[in-house]
Design a protein around this ligand. Structure first.
Ligand SMILES: C[S@@+](CC[C@H](N)C(=O)[O-])C[C@H]1O[C@@H](n2cnc3c(N)ncnc32)[C@H](O)[C@@H]1O
Length: 262
């Protein structure tokens, strides 16, 4: 597949993670969390036909509706489980569908990877007759210890994540934002999932299913891991943040931006 974005421009920083390489271990540590899934499915309303863009391995796709997936990476498409919805090789920025051809469209944990976000979001709005549901993160709301320990990574990540009102404006229609608390035992291993389980980030297999690490300069991942590991071993982390271990969920970065036709 061509690495050139639509229009032939150079690949922007937002598209630096190559899922043909990076996505190989995705299914092991990135399984849809049922509590997050139920919020996404509720936001889809009574839609019978749903387009899932940047669908990856199929996380968060409803099983009780007709679904078509759009996913540019063959590595990710190959990890879709038996019985998952069919997936076509395309990108958000140029959806091969007619206007108003599906009841609803969704995009989960993907817009920060798109070459042209505004164009992709407008495409979702164009093809959906009903709601468009975007599941994304507001990184400023990550737990304080993650903003502290993952600083080098977040410097790279922050420019990739648009503000929620920018997403809403690009979608158009009638928009609203819904927050989702991150469960303490969240099964989808994005980094906020480990807000009360910091040890899990020391596992290279967990990190390999998180795109942030692929953005770091040489040596930065080792420095972050050593810092966190030392702080856990000395008890410093627990002294400062140990109260988190007793909490069930964290009101942090997870958000849905939902657009209904205007
Ligand atoms: C973090 S994964 C999320 C996959 C899935 N939605 C989930 O929630 O697990 C990001 C996905 O976005 C896809 N992607 C990257 N650029 C894209 C684009 N321009 N249009 C559509 N999908 C894209 C990647 O190939 C990858 O599968």
């Amino acid at each position: 597949m061509s690495r050139r974005p639509p229009g032939g421009a150079r690949r922007p920083a937002s598209a630096r993670v190559d899922y043909e390489q990076h996505g190989r271990t995705y299914t092991r540590h990135r399984r849809a969390d049922p509590r997050i899934a139920s919020r996404i499915h509720a936001a889809l309303g009574d839609a019978h036909t749903v387009l899932n863009v940047g669908a990856g391995t199929g996380s968060y796709e409803p099983r009780d509706r007709w679904v078509l997936a759009v996913e540019p990476s063959a590595t990710m498409r190959a990890q879709r489980p038996p019985g998952a919805a069919p997936a076509i090789a395309a990108r958000a920025e140029a959806l091969p569908l007619d206007e108003n051809s599906v009841d609803a469209a969704m995009a989960c944990v993907t817009i920060h990877h798109w070459w042209d976000r505004a164009r992709g979001l407008a495409e979702l709005r164009r093809v959906a007759r009903g709601p468009v549901v975007i599941f994304t993160f507001e990184l400023e709301r990550l737990p304080e210890w993650q903003r502290q320990y993952l600083h080098e990574g977040l410097v790279e990540e922050l420019p990739r994540f648009p503000a929620l009102d920018t997403v809403a404006t690009a979608l158009g229609g009638r928009t609203r934002v819904e927050r989702i608390a991150t469960p303490g035992d969240c099964s989808d291993g994005f980094f906020e999932a480990f807000w009360r389980r910091p040890e899990r980030l020391l596992d290279p297999a967990v990190r390999s299913a998180q795109s942030m690490w692929a953005l770091l300069e040489e040596g930065a991942e080792r420095r972050i891991v050593e810092r966190l590991s030392a702080s856990l071993a000395s008890g410093e982390w627990d002294e400062q943040h140990g109260h988190l271990r007793a909490m069930d969920s964290f009101d942090g970065a997870l958000a849905l931006v939902i657009s209904e036709p205007g």
